[in-house]
Design a binder for this molecule. Structure first.
Ligand code: SF4
Ligand code: SF4
Length: 124
């Protein structure tokens, strides 16, 4: 029998947008990883209900995707820079971040979470 390996692969699922809810009270450690300029930018982006002002609620897409700030980019080099996550730990760390954010915004039994789990477990 083959040993069981973690076969989840991080990916951003379309139609989610959970991480575009920027409610500062849900992220008490912002100052630990944002520069003062980034903090200013971050706070300027917080709109109604904590949602980013650049988030299109109908399509659940970012309106400034190509120009989105560093703190919106889920990439190994950026996670290493911002959170000191080693590249080999990026996959699991990013998956955990998404699950935490989806749970907080939509709930752990939400359709969004079900879709997320299906996506990260497929196409291994
Ligand atoms: S929480 Fe994860 S899956 Fe959802 S929009 Fe953000 S990066 Fe994508
Ligand atoms: S700038 Fe775009 S990716 Fe970043 S939080 Fe706002 S909508 Fe989401």
């Amino acid at each position: 029998m083959k040993p069981k390996i973690n076969s989840e692969t991080w990916r951003c699922v379309t139609g989610c947008g959970a991480c575009c809810n920027l409610e500062p009270s849900d992220r008490p450690d912002l100052a630990e990883y944002l520069s003062s300029e980034e903090m200013e930018l971050y706070l300027s982006m917080v709109g109604e209900g904590g949602w980013c002002i650049n988030f299109d609620h109908k399509t659940r897409k970012c309106l400034i995707y190509e120009q989105r700030p560093r703190f919106c980019r889920v990439k190994p080099d950026i996670f290493q820079e911002m959170y000191q996550v080693e590249p080999e730990d990026f996959n699991q760390f990013a998956i955990d971040c998404c699950r935490q954010q989806i749970t907080g915004v939509y709930g752990e039994d939400s359709t969004e979470m079900l879709r997320y789990n299906t996506e990260v477990r497929s196409r291994t």
